[in-house]
Design a protein around this ligand. Structure first.
Ligand SMILES: Nc1nc2c(ncn2[C@@H]2O[C@H](COP(=O)(O)OP(=O)(O)OP(=O)(O)O)[C@@H](O)[C@H]2O)c(=O)[nH]1
Length: 253
């Protein structure tokens, strides 16, 4: 089964802050955003969750295992150490996309991201203990076949970046629009996707879609678990089996 718990992290009134009292230096904003992401990754990581930076002003976390108190503690810690605050919307659902829609609704109902009065909303409810199962979280770890040989060692770095981003765009769209999954670029040539339970044929179809649309060949390791860490590690081991056996889909399918 799938029982996703997704937390939407939204910086409060961040747009106005970046230009008040006048535009702030971009390098300072980049530094602050990446430190905040690192802190959130570490915090949710200690609770076996994953955070993805997405747009930095909005970040998406898989938080199965983190309760309301954990979320409130993150807000307090950020308030104490950063010049910005964060609102958190917690959503649950049978698919990651449903859970994210639920999480988003809790923040949107409380006001705009650029409403000076809307600060540190903590909306929604985590899964109760008796709602959780050992295979709540499903993660698919996608990797480009021989990205080093085909791109990194062949093209200039920007051309490689464009090719990888095009593959990522194709993959994230098909996962979201057709399968209820949320795919995130995590660096290099890797995409980690939070997915519902999907079978081998679905993964083969996703990989074929990206090959046809973006001319990029992928492999994927799939894992499931009680938390993002458990599922994500299982997915990484499955991806290693793809490498060893020359296969394109391995793991919990
Ligand atoms: N975030 C993250 N990045 C990874 C991971 N594994 C590899 N990478 C990144 O991906 C890049 C390419 O590494 P590989 O995917 O091993 O290399 P490859 O050339 O595609 O070779 P094959 O995957 O064996 O086909 C590395 O430089 C890293 O940036 C991972 O588990 N997580």
């Amino acid at each position: 089964m799938t029982n996703a718990q997704i937390t939407l992290v939204q910086l409060d009134n961040y747009g106005p802050w970046t230009v008040t009292p006048e535009p702030r230096r971009e390098a300072d904003l980049q530094t602050m955003q990446s430190r905040l992401f690192a802190d959130l990754s570490q915090f949710f990581g200690t609770r076996d969750g994953y955070v993805f930076f997405t747009r930095f002003d909005n970040m998406i976390a898989v938080t199965n295992g983190a309760d309301l108190e954990d979320h409130a503690r993150v807000q307090e810690s950020i308030r104490n150490r950063y010049p910005v605050t964060v609102s958190l919307g917690i959503g649950t659902g049978a698919s990651p996309t449903d859970a994210l829609v639920d999480a988003t609704a809790h923040l949107q109902a409380a006001g705009s991201a650029q409403d000076a009065e809307r600060r540190e909303v903590l909306g929604g409810q985590p899964l109760a203990d008796d709602e959780r199962a050992d295979d709540d979280v499903h993660i698919a770890h996608f990797d480009v076949n021989d990205a080093t040989g085909k791109y990194t060692d062949e093209l200039d770095a920007f051309s490689t970046f464009v090719r990888i981003e095009q593959g990522y765009a194709s993959l994230m769209r098909v996962l979201h629009d057709e399968y209820g999954g949320l795919g995130f670029f995590v660096g290099g040539d890797n995409v980690v996707a939070i997915v519902p339970e999907l079978d081998r044929a679905a993964y083969e179809a996703v990989i074929e879609h990206v090959r046809a649309e973006a001319d990029m060949s992928l492999k994927v390791g799939v894992g499931s678990g009680h938390t993002a860490t458990d599922a994500g590690l299982a997915a990484k081991h499955a991806l290693e089996r793809c490498r060893e056996d020359g296969t394109i889909v391995e793991g919990d399918v």
